[in-house]
Design a protein. Structure first.
Ligand SMILES: [Ca+2]
Length: 147
């Protein structure tokens, strides 16, 4: 009887001894994930502005001015006319996730549908949107008009 109890205690001791090792392994996973994400430093608005000439509306495939960049000047009824192979439809329709108004005299409005219809996202002159998702306008823009 006493001998049987000793075996049980030994088995429990072995289980306890392994427990810290298991915890250490699971804690290492988040640390590793953080290290992988760290190099993805967001592009600042100033850095993005340096790539977008005066007078243009610039927009990017991803938030934080990342991915492919497109730009327009003037009013445009169909962004589907602007090809971009990295976008799901092969053009800029419903593809922009961040945007910047570098216009010199006007606000610009993005429209959900072609020909200036549907929901509107107004970007003031000199303004930017680092993540159109914040305004429920991610991958929605299909036309634009100034002033
Ligand atoms: Ca749209």
């Amino acid at each position: 009887m006493l001998r049987k109890l000793a075996v049980v205690v030994a088995a429990l001791a072995a289980t306890v001894a392994f427990a810290p090792a298991a915890n250490a392994t699971s804690q290492a996973v988040p640390t590793k994930a953080t290290a992988v994400l760290a190099p993805e430093v967001a592009v600042s608005a100033n850095e993005a502005a340096a790539t977008c000439a005066d007078g243009l509306l610039c927009f990017w495939q991803h938030k934080d001015y990342e991915g492919k960049k497109g730009s327009v000047e003037g009013n445009n009824t169909h962004w589907s006319r602007f090809g971009q192979s990295a976008c799901p439809d092969g053009n800029w329709n419903d593809c922009a996730s961040s945007a910047m108004n570098r216009g010199t005299s006007c606000d610009v409005r993005l429209y959900e549908h072609h020909s200036y219809s549907g929901d509107v996202e107004k970007i003031e002159r000199g303004g930017n949107r680092k993540n159109l998702k914040d305004d429920d306008f991610n991958d929605k823009a299909s036309s634009n008009r100034w002033c």
